[in-house]
Design a protein around this ligand. Structure first.
Ligand SMILES: [Zn+2]
Length: 300
């Protein structure tokens, strides 16, 4: 049995998967915000509950909104800031009395979709969660590619490629740079595009723009046109470097159905190839991919 834990800023979700990926157990609890010891206790209780419910001991994989720094062995870049600077995997391993595997949540999402999701059977999968951010992950032959700096797949803080003059220098990003892909392709990025097109301060929410574009709203359609063009450029640069067998989109903005037809029709003009056959797919497991991927961290 494989137990997966998805540690989010507001909820901790646990799942237990059987051999074939069937779901045997699932539970969500509130994240003890600000408490490191409380977070470890909550995860220990969830693992305990899963094992009691199924009647078996399991492996434990955990997805976190950050990563373990290969340089220090400590958590870095977690927006659940009480984890930063802590040896979270070692402390969990001690509390659970077994080795645990820990990965960035976008990498867990990619692993889930590569294992039995939209990218099942593909050798190289690039997957991104487009919502509040644009976190990405790369899975090669069902193994997460991490890298010596633990940033493999993190395309979101590269600059938007092939910018037009009015896209420069771009909005300041929380990372300290300006014009990052994330500032254009996140939900807030689409909202800002809508505001700029309409000449107003507050743009409409991404879900509203999507709905209005379908009803023929001219400004919303123009915002989506730009969004597709920018995503095509951003993904073309990934295809040029990695040439994945499939690209999978998850997160709130992955529900914009037009992306899957329009973006692949556009990206050929920037890909260094006469033909581009890369499929762009919607995540199969939706919001469950993060927690399923955490469980699949033990997949050999
Ligand atoms: Zn940035």
């Amino acid at each position: 049995m494989r137990i997966g834990i998805d540690l989010g800023g507001t909820k901790i979700e646990a799942i237990a998967l059987g051999e074939n990926g069937a779901e045997l157990f699932r539970r969500r609890v509130d994240t003890p915000r600000g408490s490191y010891e409380g977070t470890i206790a909550a995860i220990t209780a969830l693992v305990d509950a899963a094992e009691r419910s199924v009647g078996r001991r399991g492996t434990v994989g955990i997805g976190i909104p950050g990563t373990i720094s290969p340089a220090t062995g400590l958590v870095k870049n977690a927006n659940s800031t009480w984890l930063n600077g802590r040896p979270f995997d070692n402390d969990l391993s001690a509390a659970l009395d077994r080795p645990v595997r820990l990965a960035n949540d976008a990498n867990c999402f990619a692993l889930s979709e590569a294992t039995d999701g939209a990218g099942a059977g593909a050798a190289v999968v690039f997957a991104v969660i487009i919502g509040t951010g644009t976190g990405g992950g790369i899975v090669v032959h069902r193994r997460v590619l991490v890298g010596p700096n633990a940033v493999a797949g993190e395309w979101g803080h590269n600059p938007l490629p092939w910018p037009s003059p009015d896209e420069l220098p771009g909005e300041p990003c929380y990372c300290g740079l300006s014009g990052c892909i994330e500032t254009f392709l996140s939900g807030a990025g689409l909202q800002r595009t809508d505001a700029q097109i309409r000449g107003v301060v507050d743009g409409r929410a991404a879900v509203e723009i999507h709905r209005l574009a379908d009803t023929g709203d001219i400004a919303a359609s123009a915002a989506l046109d730009l969004y597709c063009h920018r995503m095509a450029r951003a993904l073309a640069s990934i295809i040029n470097v990695l040439d994945p067998d499939v690209i999978v989109l998850g997160g709130g903005l992955s529900n914009i159905g037009q992306l899957y037809e329009r973006v692949p029709r556009l990206w050929g003009q920037w890909v260094f190839s006469d033909a581009v056959t890369t499929p762009l797919m919607r995540a199969r497991h939706g919001d469950s991919s993060g927690v399923r991927g955490a469980a699949w961290l033990w997949n050999e």
